[in-house]
Design a protein around this ligand. Structure first.
Ligand code: FES
Ligand SMILES: [Fe+2]
Length: 417
């Protein structure tokens, strides 16, 4: 249980708030690079700031304030040029750092080098990695963008899925360190939705351990033991707002205090014998969260998680909860956040920030699927692993995978679409 004041500290993300300051110290994935292939300008709202993400004709990415500094027109309706983004109202132009670099009529009627002073807008660095676009909205110096080892895995089919989740980011991230929900939400409830009685193997033992980039959780379920990879390797609640499960990452990126962008990156290695497989572009697609009647979609894994998260309210009231043994990881994670909030307030880096390019160039993570991901196995062996078998059969994580993505996946794996 937390006081209302402590809950505010964990959940508020706007500029100048303690958690807003903390989260701005990290690179955040906000879109697929392929999202900008057709429309080169995409409005985004991040941590309470209205922004536009764009790719200019010179191939540079920018993330700048959405409102033009002249008289406030919407730069989401601007024009990209060889360098920068031009406002469609009177033609002022901005570069990727947000500097105003042209004021067309002013330059004819009243040329004055000082005219652009005070006209800069917010501009934040953007980088592309693993088909994702990452942004950094914090203070200088900019930390390294961590290349998590799974981004270096080769011969895999990757895809990016986003969903708009109408609740605060922190309750989504608490789900990254909540092993018991898997038994209930994804197994027993799924069975119940299909009209069966759920009888998932019960969790018998949990362990949570902190490491440099987050927490590992380990579990033993009925029928399992301490030699199981779920115990020896575990899964990762990745600092500060992500989850790594062995074949995919999920990030919970705050849009504002009451909305979150769920953005996930999936990897599935092609079967042994189908290498080399090179994917030219990582497809990115949006997964709906409600059906035609306005009800939450409950058929897919992350959609089910979303039902859990939004059910807790727009901002979960942690002054009314009753934490028990299943929630030990959540308690540890909150403690670490409070300690890191103090560090940031004192001007220090929070956990997991990398300043050494060498260390950032490949960041290993515990990976229960390492053998499958790195070495690969023949297609016939996919059937022996429940996750691989399910993944071949269909995309069960998010509702709404486009047919063309499924086709490309099937072609990569060498199976019938
Ligand atoms: S409002 Fe953008 S140029 Fe005038
Ligand atoms: Fe889940």
């Amino acid at each position: 249980m937390l006081s209302a004041a402590r809950n505010e500290m964990l959940t508020r993300v706007g500029p100048g708030t303690p958690m807003g300051n903390l989260l701005r110290r990290y690179w955040m994935p906000v879109a697929g690079a392929s999202d900008l292939a057709q429309n080169r300008i995409k409005p985004v709202r991040l941590m309470g700031e209205d922004l536009v993400l764009y790719k200019d004709l010179g191939g540079r990415y920018g993330l700048v304030a959405r409102r033009c500094s002249h008289r406030g027109a919407d730069l989401a309706y601007g024009m990209v040029e060889e360098q920068g983004l031009r406002c469609s109202y009177h033609g002022w132009k901005f570069d990727e750092a947000g500097a105003c670099i042209e004021q067309p009529y002013e330059e004819i009627a009243n040329p004055n080098p000082k005219s652009r002073d005070g006209c800069a807008i917010a501009g934040y660095p953007v980088r592309e990695l693993a088909g994702l676009l990452w942004v950094y909205m914090g203070p200088q110096p900019v930390p390294e963008l961590p290349v998590f080892e799974p981004f270096t895995y080769r011969n895999g089919f990757r895809e990016i899925v986003t969903a708009e989740v109408p609740c605060n980011w922190f309750q989504c991230q608490e789900n990254s360190i909540d092993p018991v929900h898997f038994e209930w939400m994804h197994e027993n409830w799924s069975a119940n939705l299909r009209g069966h009685n759920g009888s998932a193997a019960r969790h018998l033992k949990l362990k949570f351990e902190e490491f440099e980039h987050g927490f590992v959780y380990r579990r033993i379920r009925e029928g399992g033991n301490e030699t199981d990879p779920n115990w020896t390797v575990g899964r990762v609640a990745l600092w500060p707002n992500a989850f790594y499960l062995g074949m995919h990452f999920e990030w919970r990126v705050p849009v504002d205090d009451q909305n979150t962008l769920s953005i996930s990156w999936f990897f599935m290695r092609v079967p042994k014998g189908r290498e080399p497989y090179v994917q030219d572009e990582v497809p990115a697609w949006v997964s709906p969260v409600r059906d035609a009647n306005g009800q939450w979609i409950v058929s897919h894994v992350v959609n089910q998680d979303i039902v859990g998260w939004v059910g807790q309210g727009r901002i979960a009231d942690r002054s009314r909860e009753n934490l028990r043994s299943s929630d030990l990881g959540i308690v540890e994670m909150r403690k670490r956040f409070f300690a890191d909030l103090d560090k940031v307030a004192a001007g220090r880096d929070p956990s997991g920030i990398l300043r050494d390019p060498q260390a950032a160039s490949c960041v290993p993570l515990p990976d229960i699927m390492r053998k499958y991901n790195v070495e690969g196995v023949p297609l016939a062996d996919y059937d022996k692993h429940p996750l691989m078998r399910e993944r071949l059969a269909g995309f069960r994580h998010h509702y709404g995978q486009p047919a063309e993505v499924r086709r490309a996946f099937a072609e990569a794996m060498g199976i019938e679409g």
